[in-house]
Write a protein of this length. Sequence first.
Length: 234
Amino acid sequence: MRSGFLILAALLVSVGTGLHAQEMVGKYKLVPALPRPGATQIFDNDRGRVWDVIYPPGMSTGMHRHPSDFVGVELVETMLKVTTPDGVEHVNPVHRGQIYMLPKGLTHIEENVVGHPQRNSILIELKDAGPHTYDNHSQAPEFAGVGQKQVTDNARVILWDAHWAKGEAGKPFFQTHDMFLVPMDAGTLSITSPDDAAKTLPVAGGQVVFLQGGQVRTIQSTDGELRAAVVELK
């Protein structure tokens, strides 16, 4: 009986040690990339998990490693200090409207520089739900054919810096991929589709809209000059 008790006790100590052990990268202890203080989850489905993240000036995120590829959209013009695992610091401007994808495994510390506006980013953690491509049997062009500015095209996403002028007629397009829209400005979007009820969406900067692919859609602004990041998910 006592032998069994000792074995059980040893197992509990071993499990407890594993749970409390913290992975080190050089001299830094790793902390979770997300969630973390200042990060609020605002959307989650089988294609991505979306976070609205603020970075109070002078508050470090801690050294963290991103567990998945992710897309970022910057909402504020500011300055950011990034520290890499070797301890090297880089201070660079963050520009409102930057849209980018960064890879799984990226490891760093981020800190909004004191004396500059508070950074606010939308981060979309991409999920491995498999590629979703919808065949276009319509006469409408794909999203690439409606005159928006392409930022990135890689194995995971196509990123667009999109603009809709108030009252300007939208151009129909066939949505070949599921997509996230991340408005950077406040206004109202009208989204219509032959296969779905028309949607009129008041939006604010940093709000997120998910649109499933496989339909012809028309997007236009009915209120305000709207700029948005469009994330096509491959």
